[in-house]
Every structure is written in structure tokens, then in C-alpha cells.
Design a protein around this ligand. Structure first.
Ligand code: ACO
Length: 332
């Protein structure tokens, strides 16, 4: 069986907010933000929602795949910032694009969300339950951020990315001898470190009980703990996936990592002893969009012709939960 990504798409808000704009809001500077994170600007919603961005990205992915929305079997939206708790964003997307035959639900694994959704869809396709899936990472993090907190507000942006994956019964062998599809995957979670990166929802309040201790409903982050977790766990899980597949770092053409921070990505490359040129980045232009970073980067690379049939990609996500994972994929 072969799994192929036959379409990708993305949607970003029009409004660009530079580091110089941020410096007008909080006590920060372009030099500090660029130096610590690699981010120069980000896109911020002026009305776009998680579902509207997701629907646009899905429509692009379906057009590239040459599929009608009616042909979609499964829609999985990874998000931690939906505009509604009920219904889920995937159902909103299903309605917006007219994918009436699809089963649709959301999945929240924060910045690892797209990767977890890809692996979940892959498992469904493997069982034979579905033939294809639309996988989406979409976030409007700007509404979860305390815009007076300089330690977090400079990091994030809004946007969505989507991929359409299809199954073929027979293996598809590429010209370089590699078989297209997902070769290996590793996923992990560590709930004991959950409060290192967190954001509260509404608290319990009903006629019988009212929660007195409340956490602010904004993103809270212990940056140094997240940095330590990411720089240790990401290379470890990539190595584990490569070992399981009997591959080495040299067998990989591109490492498509969650775009949190340029220093994290550089450290991962160093720990893996991999060429940093194999780690494409776009966070300078669009910041950290949590679950949307991997599919947006994938779409940029795909549309720019930077991924060829037979290329081996490692996709790796990490984030709140804490969650992390790596999947090895040969592009078909
Ligand atoms: N501008 C200027 N100064 C700032 C800013 C800012 N935007 N933010 C914090 N500072 C100040 C702090 O107040 C502190 O000042 P003080 O020494 O006077 O108290 C000083 O800078 C150092 O603060 P630290 O928090 O220690 O800064 P650090 O060097 O750790 O850098 C950063 C912060 C960039 C967040 C770093 O911890 C990091 O890279 N962490 C990784 C986490 C990450 O990238 N998260 C992304 C989201 S999570 C995810 O996607 C998985």
C-alpha cells in the first residue's frame, strides 16, 4: 500500500505585523526578537477564523489533487484555537467546502497537531476504512495571546496549511528505488510537563460550584523549559524513527520541522550532525503558527518545486502537552 500527498494548500491572513510594529506595542526590539527566535514578521488575523483559513487551505489542496470535495472521505483538523468549542472546526470546514460525504473531527496536540493528524489518517487508511483524507493545521493564536506580555506575544502568528492524502493499493516505487509512502513514525507525550506551555479555557462555574483559583486564558510559556525539551526530544525521536526504519541522517533529503524558533532548529541539526541546508525555514516571514507551521512549509516547498518524487522527508512536530513526534515520508 502507498500513501501519497497529492495536494497541499495554505491560507494566511493579509495583515503583516513586523518586529518594528511589535516594538510599538511592548518593550522589545527587532534585534531581540530576531536574535532569540529568528522571526522578523508574522501574519495576524483581522477577521479570519480558524475555520475560514482551514477551508481556504483545503480548497487549494483539493484543486492541486484534482479532487472534488464530494470525494473526500475524512477531514481531520488539528487546532488548539478553534472559534467554537461546538461544533468542531472540521465540521465547519466540511460544510464550507461541501465535503458532504466526509467524516470530520478535530484533534488537539498543539504544535504536533498536524503530524499527529497525518499519522492518525494514515492509520485509518491502512485499515481500509477510508481511501483518502484532508489533514489540516489551522490556528488563530493571536486571540490566545496576552498582547502586553512581551515574552510570548512576539512569537506567534496566524495561518493554516492542508494536505490531501490518498491511498493506492499497490506499492509505488520511485525512480530512485524508494517506495513512496510513510516509512516510519514515532509519537510521544509527556503530560507531567503540561504546565510548561499552557492556556486555560473557561473554568467550572455553575449553580453548585464556582472555581475560585483561575488561570488567565492566555498562552503561558516557560521558554527555557520548552527550549530544553525541544532540543533534547526532537533529535531523539527523529533518531528513533530513523533507527526503526534502518536509515541514517544521510538518507534524508529534507527535515520539515515545526517552525518554533531558529535556534531550536539549528540545535536539532547540530545534535543530529545533519547539514542545516536540509532544514528549510519560513518562520522569519510568518512566525510560529503552532499546528499550521508544518503544512504551510510543506505547501511552500511543494509549490516552489523543492520536493521531488522519491525525496525522503522527516516531518517533526513538538509542542504543548508536551507532545512530540517524527514521521519519515517518501514523496510519491
Ligand atoms: N523583548 C525584549 N526582552 C525580552 C522579550 C522581548 N520580546 N521577552 C523577554 N525579554 C527579556 C526578559 O524579560 C528577560 O529580562 P530580564 O533578564 O531583565 O528579566 C530577558 O529578556 C531574558 O528572558 P528569558 O525568558 O530568559 O529569555 P530567553 O533567553 O530564554 O529567550 C525565548 C526567550 C526566545 C522564548 C527562549 O526561551 C526560547 O527560545 N525558548 C524556546 C521556546 C519557544 O521557542 N517557544 C515557541 C512557542 S512553543 C512551541 O512552538 C513548541
Amino acid at each position: 500500500m502507498t500513501i501519497k500527498i497529492t495536494g497541499t494548500g495554505r491560507a494566511l491572513p493579509e495583515k503583516t505585523v513586523t518586529n518594528f510594529d511589535m516594538a510599538k506595542l511592548v518593550d522589545t526590539s527587532d534585534e531581540w526578537i530576531r536574535g532569540r527566535t529568528g522571526i522578523a514578521e508574522r501574519r495576524i488575523s483581522t477577521g479570519d477564523t480558524v475555520s475560514s483559513l482551514a477551508a481556504k487551505a483545503c480548497a487549494e489542496a483539493l484543486t492541486m489533487a484534482g479532487k472534488d470535495a464530494e470525494e473526500v472521505d475524512l477531514i481531520l483538523v488539528a487546532t488548539c484555537s478553534p472559534e467554537l468549542l461546538l461544533p468542531c472546526c472540521a465540521c465547519q470546514v466540511q460544510s464550507a467546502i461541501g465535503a458532504h460525504q466526509a467524516v470530520a473531527f478535530d484533534l488537539n496536540a498543539a504544535c504536533s497537531g498536524f503530524l499527529f493528524a497525518l499519522n492518525t489518517a494514515y492509520a485509518y487508511l491502512q485499515t481500509g476504512l477510508y481511501q483518502n483524507a484532508l489533514i489540516v493545521g489551522s490556528e488563530v493564536l493571536s486571540k490566545l495571546i496576552d498582547w502586553t506580555d512581551r515574552s510570548t506575544c512576539v512569537l506567534f502568528g496566524d495561518g493554516a496549511g492542508a494536505a490531501f492524502i490518498e491511498k493506492t493499493e499497490a506499492d509505488e516505487v520511485c525512480a530512485n528505488g524508494r517506495t513512496a509512502g510513510i516509512e516510519e513514525m514515532v509519537m510521544g507525550s509527556d503530560g507531567t510537563k503540561g504546565m510548561v506551555l499552557a492556556c486555560a479555557e473557561r473554568t467550572v462555574s455553575n449553580p453548585y460550584f464556582k472555581e475560585t483559583e483561575t488561570i488567565k486564558p492566555y498562552v503561558y510559556m516557560n521558554g527555557q523549559e520548552v527550549y530544553k525539551f525541544a532540543t533534547r526530544q526532537v533529535p531523539a525521536c527523529i533518531k528513533e524513527a530513523l533507527d526503526k526504519a534502518n536509515l541514517t541522517v544521510d538518507d534524508v533529503d529534507l527535515f520539515v520541522l515545526h517552525q518554533a524558533n531558529v535556534r531550536i532548529i539549528e540545535s536539532v541539526a547540530k545534535r543530529l550532525k545533519a547539514d542545516i541546508a536540509k532544514f528549510p525555514m519560513n518562520l522569519d516571514r510568518i512566525g510560529n503558527m503552532s499546528s499550521a507551521t508544518i503544512p504551510v512549509l510543506l505547501d511552500e516547498l511543494n509549490r516552489d518545486g523543492k520536493i521531488k518524487k522519491g525525496d525522503r522527508l522527516v516531518l517533526s512536530g513538538f509542542g504543548a502537552g508536551l507532545t512530540y513526534g517524527a514521521s519519515i515520508l517518501v514523496w510519491g
